[in-house]
Design a protein around this ligand. Structure first.
Ligand SMILES: Cc1cc2nc3c(=O)[nH]c(=O)nc-3n(C[C@H](O)[C@H](O)[C@H](O)COP(=O)(O)OP(=O)(O)OC[C@H]3O[C@@H](n4cnc5c(N)ncnc54)[C@H](O)[C@@H]3O)c2cc1C
Length: 354
């Protein structure tokens, strides 16, 4: 059961850790801490959990509107952490919230034979992993944190008009760099890292098409050099999706999104649909059923440095995709590193000092 606290209420108890943002990094960080015995609360500006791994309910089923899936390659790279991630992925798969998605990849405009690939995805939609991770954690939704204040050794998290959201000894911020930056009005060595990430964040348009019948002549995913489309994904090819007909999700290129940032969604969706039909050919005319602009979609530069940020003096940390090379895998690794290297270690030390 997902515990979403109504935004009119506040989490006024004092927690060991308050996590700002219930995307991938926030949900994993909160879950590891709760499992390790910390009292944790989460504060999220949107209605539900998942962040950029979000979904949209449509007439014929639910589709993934943000990240379509993720790779386990970086998680399983090297020896130190690989076993931990293998066990965690296995556990999520046994819990039914993550599944392996095998798909055929074609290239826009080319008749070459599709190749086969695999990724992981949330099941039955991307944010079921996040729902699983936060099942026992209080999440205060529709609540944008705008200010952080100190009260003796505690932090106070405040919303618009000074609304008190929560009190905590430590804070983890997991918002995108653009949304993290305004929370820090004190100068510090973190600002250049944030400013660099802000410059590397790219916008993307996503359009959803619905075919009333299956289109078996197509590959499941299309990629390749295209001026408008970065990727076209048969959402219905993912495991455990229940769709009437077939949903396709089109992702624009970053450059095309930049050039059409302020265009009308209806025009954007029509252009993306025409681009798709023009490059795969031979399909029935689908309906455009949704269009969404992600202003802060993905990181352009995939630097894994510094991984996370932590101030022992202030008891505040940041973990997110933009600190660990982008992507869902980056968000997972950043959260894991911050909580295991800093908070759990420090927390248990302070507890044993008491
Ligand atoms: C179209 C698209 C395609 C993508 N494709 C892929 C892909 O193929 N593979 C892949 O690995 N990744 C992909 N990604 C990127 C992936 O979704 C992100 O890297 C990942 O979800 C980031 O997780 P996060 O926890 O760091 O941040 P987020 O998911 O952005 O979570 C941050 C959360 O903080 C909340 N928040 C922000 N400010 C505040 C505030 N002040 N107060 C309270 N809450 C706040 C936000 O609402 C959000 O829920 C894609 C993203 C998009 C949009």
């Amino acid at each position: 059961m997902l515990t979403i606290t109504d935004s009119k209420n506040s989490l006024t108890d004092s927690y060991d850790v308050a996590v700002v943002g219930a995307g991938t990094a926030g949900c994993l960080a909160a879950s590891i801490l709760a499992e390790s015995g910390f009292t944790v609360c989460m504060i999220e500006k949107s209605r539900g959990v998942g962040g950029r791994a979000s979904r949209r309910k449509l007439a014929a089923g639910v589709v993934d509107l943000g990240a379509p899936g993720f790779s386990d390659e970086r998680l399983l790279r090297g020896t130190q952490q690989a076993q931990l991630w293998r066990e965690r992925l296995q556990h999520w798969s046994e819990q039914g919230c993550v599944a392996r998605w095998s798909f055929a990849v074609g290239h826009f405009g080319e008749g070459s034979k599709p190749s086969n690939e695999e990724r992981l995805c949330g099941a039955p939609s991307m944010n079921f992993l996040h729902r699983h991770l936060t099942a026992t954690i209080p999440v205060m939704s529709c609540s944008r944190v705008v200010r952080l204040e100190r009260e003796n050794t505690d932090w106070i998290l405040l919303g618009e008009q000074g609304a008190l959201f929560a009190k905590a000894r430590q804070i983890i911020i997991t918002a995108p760099a653009q949304q993290t930056r305004p929370l820090f009005d004190w100068p510090g060595p973190w600002l250049p890292v944030m400013d660099n990430a802000v410059r590397q964040t790219q916008a993307q348009w996503v359009a959803v098409l619905h075919f009333s019948t299956a289109q078996p002549q197509l590959a499941d995913v299309y990629r390749g050099e295209h001026p408008v489309l970065a990727e076209a994904i048969r959402d219905s090819s993912k495991p455990f999706r229940r769709h009437e007909g077939e949903y396709w999700v089109l992702h624009s290129t970053f450059n095309w999104a930049d050039d059409h940032l302020h265009a009308q969604p209806e025009h954007v969706a029509q252009s993306m649909k025409q681009a798709f039909l023009g490059s795969v050919g031979g399909v029935a005319d689908p309906a455009v059923v949704s269009c969404h602009r992600w202003l802060l979609a993905q990181q352009r530069c995939a630097s894994e440095d510094p991984g996370y940020l932590w101030s022992q003096q202030l008891n505040i940390g940041i973990c997110a995709d933009w600190l660990m090379g982008g992507g869902i895998d980056g968000a997972l690794m950043s959260a894991q590193q911050l909580v295991s290297a800093q908070i759990i270690k420090t927390g248990s030390k302070e507890k044993s000092d008491e």
